[in-house]
Design a protein around this ligand. Structure first.
Ligand code: C2E
Ligand code: MG
Ligand code: MG
Ligand code: MG
Length: 270
């Protein structure tokens, strides 16, 4: 009867909540040991200059290979690491590893590293960046930090101050996922970003809605401010053509290459 069903489905609901909580707990415990167990790796995705399709950089993207659970996406890993505080150690590891691996590439190829908002909270990001540069002997000019606009929301002034000090080292700073936050224009006027990364959602919707007009406007804005524009998530020649035609300077996306393990980089470059 109805009453019985309701109770039965409630029990199922409770059970699935417990399973989720259990899975979440496994992840949290696993995350604490993942660095020590060397379960993280970096994949690299090519950033290409439109004009001649030359690779000018690679973005480092973290992957967590958790035994028994397969590869866990950074979309899941990073928020979890923020909650547990593990993000500080992981962020340090990413910077050190990316800088070290980049020293084996040709000198005209840069390395882009994602930095998460919480990494600004201890006030020592500059020291961490400096340590990664000196441990690897990578030229600061070859390192770019990617910052999402969401970052700057908490204590903007302080984050911008730290970014300026990092920039003074010779490191460049790109605004990631441009157009998905809500204060982009504000940040653009108060901080000297060297690159705007147009979020892939605009590129994917290019044929569907007004996104193509927005993309064009952002490219124009960038060039008026003297800021390079890079479009993310480019998958088709058609998207490439439109972006090239409208003066976008760089692209990144499956059309050129998916993110690959470090061993495959030499093959991509040559
Ligand atoms: P993001 O920095 O915007 O990176 C771009 C994401 O788009 C990557 O996902 C990449 O694999 C994916 N992508 C690239 N080209 C295409 C394409 O043509 N089509 C489609 N559909 N997708 C494409 P991924 O590797 O899953 O990373 C997701 C996000 O996780 C990144 O977004 C970044 O915000 C964050 N993340 C990754 N690694 C790190 C890290 O080391 N530290 C921090 N703080 N965040 C990271
Ligand atoms: Mg990025
Ligand atoms: Mg992005
Ligand atoms: Mg993104």
């Amino acid at each position: 009867d109805a009453k019985h069903n309701a109770r039965g489905s409630y029990r199922l609901y409770e059970q699935s909540l417990q399973e989720n909580a259990g899975e979440q707990h496994d992840l949290e415990v696993g995350l604490r040991r993942a660095l020590f167990l060397q379960e993280f790796t970096l994949f690299y995705q090519a950033q290409v200059r439109m004009q001649d399709r030359k690779i000018v950089g690679f973005e480092a993207l973290i992957r967590w290979e958790k035994p028994g659970a397969g590869i866990i996406s950074p979309v899941r890993l990073i928020p979890l690491a923020k909650e547990t505080g593990e993000i500080h150690e992981i962020g340090k590891w990413v910077l050190h590893t990316a800088c070290r691996e980049a020293t084996t590439w040709p000198e005209d190829i840069k390395i882009a590293v994602n930095v998460s908002p919480v990494q600004f909270e201890n006030g020592n990001l500059k020291q961490i960046v400096q340590a990664a540069l000196s441990a690897s002997s990578l030229a600061p000019q070859r390192l770019e930090l990617e910052i999402t606009e969401g970052l700057l929301i908490k204590n903007v002034a302080n984050a911008l101050e730290q970014l300026k000090e990092i920039q003074a080292l010779g490191v460049s700073v790109a605004m990631d996922d441009f157009g998905t936050g809500y204060s982009s224009l504000n940040y653009l006027s108060s901080f000297p970003f060297s690159k705007i990364k147009i979020d892939q959602s605009f590129v994917h919707r290019m044929q569907i809605d007004k996104s193509r007009t927005l993309i064009k406007a952002v490219i124009t804005l960038g060039s008026a401010l003297g800021i390079k524009t890079l479009a993310e998530g480019v998958e088709t020649e058609e998207q490439f053509e439109y972006l090239a035609h409208n003066g976008c300077m760089e692209i990144q996306g499956y059309l050129i290459s998916k993110p690959v393990p470090a061993e495959q980089i030499q093959a991509l470059i040559s």
